[in-house]
Design a binder for this molecule. Structure first.
Ligand code: PMP
Length: 402
């Protein structure tokens, strides 16, 4: 078969660059290379034991059948309770739905709403999948350029300028992957003011990293600060990051019932429902002991500090301290235009990422993947000794650039 048989929509997208970078690191490792992998977009922790036990009990008890397409009643109740407990938000049972991961939910929400020619506003640096999911659904991603001086955050003015009569969605992501930006009440209020003027625009609030915020930062949803926007906001979240459950594939959304119903209709024709076993595990995650989250947050906070200290002082590399998530988005402008002893020229952040992988055995993701250059995303979801060794290698490799 030739690629000519593939759909034009599929040909308009790329494989997820962060998944590709991680896969390449793993492949090199399998070939025997001693690779330090800073591309990791998931917790390195194992899922807490009480969640595993709940899944195991579900299997033993015959909880092995299809469930309601929206997720089991127990899971939807747990999601409703979680939204109230963690976010202070009141949702009804018909305003929540579970899916096979946050990405699956985002895909289904966009597929259920986008028509050809619609625009999806995405702010750089962005999570790699938003623009391509929009493209897959015949829409046009409208990328608002990022600005480090505004803390990598979308400003009201930039949002206002990007909205057109074709705008269907604006995607917000706090805490942000890859920048670690966490939006404050004032910043969200300013965005809400603009959004109030454009009632046709739907708002997607991706809050998957909500539990990982540092220093005095506090996670807020736009729905917290602007309850009047609740009627057209879809909150996307899931078990992957907060509960170290990426492999279980369990995400959820909360939003207006018409949209939730539409996502459910689509899921009934695609994946039917998330795995019944993952759903039982997620009930234990959302409704059970929450102390593992605080423990993981504390460890991430220490790792973040360590990675910042390790990277501080590397000439040409500048790191803002991320307020959330588990990535450092390092500015590498000072390293471009330099050359390695082997003659490799650093024209871009992608060249630098390739150089670090080939010469220092450290895998990173270039800012280009997130629509903002020249940066490198370095995940600190790794043990301290790995963070130390990876940074030591980066430092040594950068020092040889002339
Ligand atoms: N949103 C963001 C910002 C993410 O970084 C990710 C995972 N990398 C997701 C959504 C999706 O996560 P999952 O599908 O595992 O729930």
């Amino acid at each position: 078969m030739t690629t000519q048989l593939l759909s034009s929509r599929l040909l308009s997208i790329q494989p997820s660059p962060s998944i590709a970078a991680n896969a390449l690191a793993n492949e090199l490792r399998a070939q025997g290379r001693d690779i330090i992998n800073f591309t990791i977009g998931e917790p390195d922790f194992d899922t807490p034991p009480h969640i595993i036990q709940a899944a195991s009990a579900a299997m033993q008890q015959g909880d092995t059948h299809y469930t309601d397409t929206r997720g089991s009643l127990a899971l939807r109740q747990a999601i409703v309770s979680k939204l109230l407990r963690d976010n202070g938000l009141v949702y009804d049972l018909d305003e929540v739905i579970a899916g096979s991961g946050g990405k699956h939910i985002i895909y289904h929400a966009l597929a259920a709403t986008l028509n050809a020619g619609d625009e999806v506003i995405v702010h750089a640096p962005y999570w790699v999948s938003y623009p391509d999911i929009a493209r897959l659904n015949a829409a046009t991603p409208v990328i608002i350029p990022g600005d480090e001086s505004s803390g990598f955050k979308l400003t009201a003015q930039a949002l206002e300028q990007a909205i057109t009569p074709h705008s269907k969605w604006v995607i917000l992501n706090t805490p942000n992957n890859p920048s670690g930006a966490v939006y404050s009440r004032e910043e969200l209020l300013a965005l809400a003011e603009v959004l109030r003027l454009h009632p046709q625009v739907l708002i997607m609030s991706d809050e998957i990293y909500e539990h990982f915020v540092y220093d005095n930062a506090c996670h807020l949803s736009i729905v917290n600060v602007a309850p009047d926007l609740k009627a057209r906001t879809l909150i996307v979240n899931g078990a992957s990051k907060g509960y170290a459950m990426t492999g279980w594939r369990l995400g959820f959304a909360a939003g207006p019932s018409v949209l939730i119903k539409a996502i459910g209709k689509l899921i009934s024709q695609t994946t039917t429902c998330p795995s019944s076993i993952s759903q039982a595990a997620a009930v234990a995650a959302f409704a059970g002991d929450q102390t593992p989250i605080a423990q993981m947050r504390e460890i991430y906070a220490q790792r973040r500090q360590r990675m910042l200290e390790n990277l501080d002082g590397i000439a040409g590399l500048r790191c803002a301290s991320p307020q959330g998530a588990f990535y450092i988005f390092a500015n590498v402008a000072g390293l471009l235009g330099k050359q390695s002893p082997q003659g490799q020229y650093m024209a871009s952040d992608t060249d630098l990422a390739n150089y670090l992988l080939q010469e220092a055995n450290v895998a990173t993701v270039s800012g280009e993947a997130y629509g903002m250059s020249p940066y490198l995303r370095l995940s600190f979801s790794s043990p301290m000794d790995v963070i130390d060794e990876g940074c030591r290698r980066i430092s040594a490799a950068c020092r040889t650039l002339r």
